[in-house]
Design a protein. Structure first.
Length: 139
């Protein structure tokens, strides 16, 4: 796996990887609001994307009727530099007539076996708190 990050001005950077796709990263600079996600925000989003792909893949293999799926996550950071992530609260929300046991099993497999980003963060001391809910009817 490779990454290339290029500075394009102020605190804006463009990154590309093996896939050939690009991501813009930014940070507040001299009081101006960021124009893109920052690296730490992308780390949280990457973890959510990683586990989301696992959970959907596992639920599909279980033949569970997922209609819609999302993860809501909030990270807490240390107040002093390097302001590492200390805790993450994650809520998995599944829409459809999915069995609770299937969802819990898919989450557990993702968090403990498949999602390398979650596992890296946990090994680094981040506490990940998991909750889930199933909504049977989409309003």
């Amino acid at each position: 796996m490779k990454a290339n990050v290029k500075w394009v001005g102020n605190m804006t950077f463009v990154s590309s990887g093996d896939s050939g796709h690009y991501i813009v990263m930014d940070s507040d600079f001299e009081g101006s609001p960021p124009k893109a996600n920052g690296p730490t925000e992308l780390l949280l989003q990457s973890m959510c994307g990683c586990t989301a792909m696992d959970v959907i893949s596992i639920l599909k293999k279980m033949k569970e009727p997922v209609e819609k799926f999302e993860i809501n996550a909030t990270a807490s950071r240390a107040p002093e530099h390097p302001k590492v992530i200390t805790d993450i609260d994650m809520e998995y929300v599944v829409y459809g007539n999915v069995k609770h046991e299937s969802l819990e099993k898919a989450i557990q497999l993702s968090q403990d076996k498949y999602c390398n980003i979650s596992i890296i963060l946990k090994r680094g001391g981040v506490k990940i708190n998991i909750s889930s809910r199933i909504i049977n009817k989409i309003i």
